[in-house]
Design a binder for this molecule. Structure first.
Ligand code: SF4
Ligand code: SF4
Length: 342
């Protein structure tokens, strides 16, 4: 990659490590960081490092991350009672104190701290106070509130995702709290810089290297997308180190993200653009809106109103069950399909 950048006259590039948890195999992280820095000293193309992590580090690893990484996305799910229910290390070992220690350390390090907070049906009611606490304690540059995705494990633990309308209401208010602390709210399907065909690496010609050399545009396990009848692979790193990228598969992914019956008549189709292509708008998914769609539609409508200087109307929308129900039930936002008018 560094050599490729050098040929193109670029002086810098970014290496992102994510997973799962990259530090489960921390020797790989060490090799990546030190080797990329060694290459930089030889050819003068400089890497910056970003990582998404659960932050379960000892003091030495914390210093390493603080010294070498320019951006850290840390999973911290709010107050102790919420975080420890979501992320126990084992049934009798909670993780809150260790993660808070990491967040505190990183809040004074050179790395940009981004906090990713998984929201459940219980924590959603406290989002505004969680936003305030995160800002006052850790001064993050970015906070991303994400509704929990339900799984057999989450059901077994008695956890449930927030209702879409609760999430929309409290996320909107918590974004105002973040803004008042100069902290940027993040949400790929809603707060985009412009129009987009996809809100994730799929369809952007991204190449994600899996541990076995598989090249794909999504970081999930192949079994996750295969269960949806999808193939998100675009090639492989061969045994001799050659990179084999299959262009027809890249083109097929570009086509895939543009053909979504559910999204065709939704006013968010060029901002949310389908959300997660595996878990939300996969081929053959029901045409009715998912819970994720309902939250996205309400928050996007509220954000548009705020951008038009109508913050009070935005607040009215997310607190009005009837208005939210109407927005949820509207199967087409096209003006020509609206019998009762826009
Ligand atoms: S239908 Fe759902 S997934 Fe598609 S653009 Fe609208 S909100 Fe996003
Ligand atoms: S398809 Fe879903 S899981 Fe895969 S990269 Fe996109 S958003 Fe992430």
């Amino acid at each position: 990659m560094a050599e490729y950048c050098e040929k193109r006259g670029q002086k810098a590039y970014q290496i992102q490590l994510f997973g799962g948890e990259p530090f489960v195999e921390d020797r790989v992280v060490d090799v990546v960081v030190h080797h990329a820095r060694f290459v930089a000293s030889r050819i003068g193309v400089f890497p910056s490092f970003a990582v998404s992590t659960n932050g379960l580090f000892g003091p030495a690893r914390r210093r390493f991350v603080g010294d070498f990484f320019s951006r850290v996305v840390l999973s911290l799910d709010g107050f102790r009672e919420f975080h420890d229910r979501n992320r126990p290390i084992s049934p009798d070992r909670p993780s809150f104190d260790e993660v808070v220690e990491t967040a505190r350390y990183l809040s004074t390090a050179r790395a940009q701290l981004c906090i990713r907070c998984c929201v459940t049906s219980e924590s959603v009611l406290h989002l505004e106070s969680i936003a305030r606490w995160l800002c006052e304690e850790f001064h993050p540059a970015v906070v991303n509130f994400e509704p929990m995705t339900e799984s057999p494990e989450s059901r077994e633990a008695g956890l449930a995702p927030p209702s879409p309308h609760d999430f929309a209401r409290h996320a909107l208010r918590s974004w105002q709290v973040l803004g008042s602390h100069n902290c940027e709210p993040a949400s790929a399907p809603i707060l985009t810089d412009g129009l987009q065909n996809t809100s994730c690496p799929v369809g952007k010609d991204a190449v994600i290297v899996h541990p076995d050399g598989l090249l794909a545009s999504c970081y999930l396990l192949p079994s996750d997308w295969e269960a949806r009848g999808m193939d998100l692979t675009v090639g492989r790193i061969l045994a001799d180190g050659t990179v084999d990228i299959r262009m027809p598969d890249v083109l097929e992914l570009r086509r895939l993200i543009r053909s979504k019956p559910r999204c065709a008549r939704c006013f968010c189709r060029l901002t949310c653009a389908g959300g997660c292509h595996v878990n939300n708008s996969y081929p053959g998914c029901p045409e009715r809106y998912s819970d994720s769609c309902l939250a996205t539609r309400a928050l996007t409508a509220a954000t548009l109103l705020e951008d038009l200087g109508q913050a009070e109307v935005a607040e009215d929308l997310v607190t009005d069950p009837e208005g939210l129900d109407k927005l949820s039930a509207r199967s087409s936002d096209r003006v020509v399909d609206m019998e009762e008018g826009p």
